[in-house]
Design a protein. Structure first.
Ligand code: G3H
Ligand code: 13P
Ligand code: ZN
Length: 354
């Protein structure tokens, strides 16, 4: 079993100029598919689970699934990351169940809806960093609120995120504030706001620089060249998956995700973690729709889910290839949490981050 921390993984990605897709897992099949894709492409693995996913699966099942994934593929470094932790307690319970990395999303208050004050974000994130680093566990923070630069709206979808209008400066991470935030908190990775949002409805047209502000990422990278940046809401929402869903009984209005070229551009300027959930959901559910429509008498769950799992393997393998982490798994020797804790205690990472 080769568990790895986010910090070590992203340091390797940075040293070798690649990006890590962070795949959200929501059930057994999505986890199996991500692992199979990593195995096929010799890629390290960054699995993440949201609070909603933890509730859906139950922590005990999830914990055993994580361990089973790592044990089944002992040659692959596997990072277990908590996505959008909302407060210290949530992060603590994830650390206690074996996550090697947690996100403390202090851009919103603990209700995961209300945009927070900067000082609140620093205080909450710092309290998580303090505990996590003594245990060798990594922390991702977030500065700036995700939402649409097209409409100015927060990104409430699936029950979380802010609902309502935001000012443009709230929707874009300020590069100077990012420097202060990283220095004040000591986070290992920083999620930034640049016009992406969660879910399928990111842009009403193919995004240009006005509504997907890659220049903000470039400015942040210039000021913080050693900080690992994270792009949330990075699904591409590909046309073929919209068609798959719509041609088999679905009804998704035309929408646009983050073009892969923009993600590649991000990787060139410090984006090391690229969060992908929606594309996986679309691939799996679209395939299920297709199978069910073509096999109206079938109710064998295995037959219904299998084509979708295969499609998710293909999608994830393609992302691994494109982002450059394919071929990297056997080049990494994971450090244990106690080795990481010693490094934090020696101040090695803090001086590099700021
Ligand atoms: O944060 C957004 C991720 O896509 C997770 O979504 O909370 O519905 O699992 P979720
Ligand atoms: P998508 O909804 O674009 O897949 O983003 C997922 C994400 O950012 C999870 O934190
Ligand atoms: Zn996210």
């Amino acid at each position: 079993m080769a568990l790895i921390t986010l910090r070590q993984l992203l340091d390797h990605a940075s040293q070798n100029g690649y990006g890590m897709p962070a795949f959200n897992i929501t059930n057994l099949e999505t986890m199996q598919a991500v692992m199979e894709a990593a195995d096929k492409t010799n890629s390290p693995v960054l699995l993440q689970a949201s609070r909603t996913a933890r509730n859906y699966m139950g922590d005990k099942f999830l914990q055993h699934m994580f361990m089973a994934a790592a044990e089944t593929y002992p040659h692959l470094p596997v990072c277990m990351h908590l996505d959008h932790g909302n407060e210290l307690d949530t992060c603590m319970s994830a650390m206690d169940m074996g996550f090697t990395s947690v996100m403390m999303d202090g851009s919103l208050e603990a209700d995961a809806k209300t945009p927070s004050e900067y000082d609140y974000n620093v205080a909450e994130t710092s309290s998580v960093v303090e505990v996590a680093h003594t245990r060798g566990i990594s922390v991702e923070g977030e500065l700036g609120v995700l939402g649409s630069l097209e409409t100015g709206m927060g990104e409430k979808e699936d029950g979380h995120g802010f609902e309502g209008m935001l000012a443009r400066n709230q929707l874009l991470t300020d590069p100077d504030e990012a420097c202060d935030f990283v220095a004040a908190t000591g986070v290992d990775a920083l999620a930034v706001a640049c016009g992406t949002s969660h879910g399928a409805y990111k842009f009403s047209k193919r995004p240009n620089g006005d509504i997907l502000a890659m220049n903000v990422i470039e400015q942040i990278h210039e000021k913080l060249p050693h900080t690992h940046l994270v792009m949330h809401g990075a699904s591409t929402v590909p046309q073929y998956l919209q068609d798959l869903i719509n041609q088999h009984g679905g009804d998704i209005p035309q929408t646009f995700g983050v073009p892969l070229e923009e993600v590649e551009r991000g990787i060139k300027c410090g984006v090391r973690k690229i969060n992908i959930d929606t594309d996986i959901r679309m691939a799996l559910s679209g395939s299920m729709r297709e199978f069910l429509l073509n096999n109206r008498s079938s109710f064998d769950l295995r037959a219904i889910i299998k084509p979708g799992r295969k499609r998710v393997v293909e999608l994830c393998a393609k992302r691994n290839e494109l982002f450059g982490c394919a071929g990297m798994a056997d080049k990494i020797k994971p450090l244990s949490l106690s080795q990481m804790a010693d490094r934090y205690a020696a101040g090695i990472f803090r001086s590099k981050a700021a």
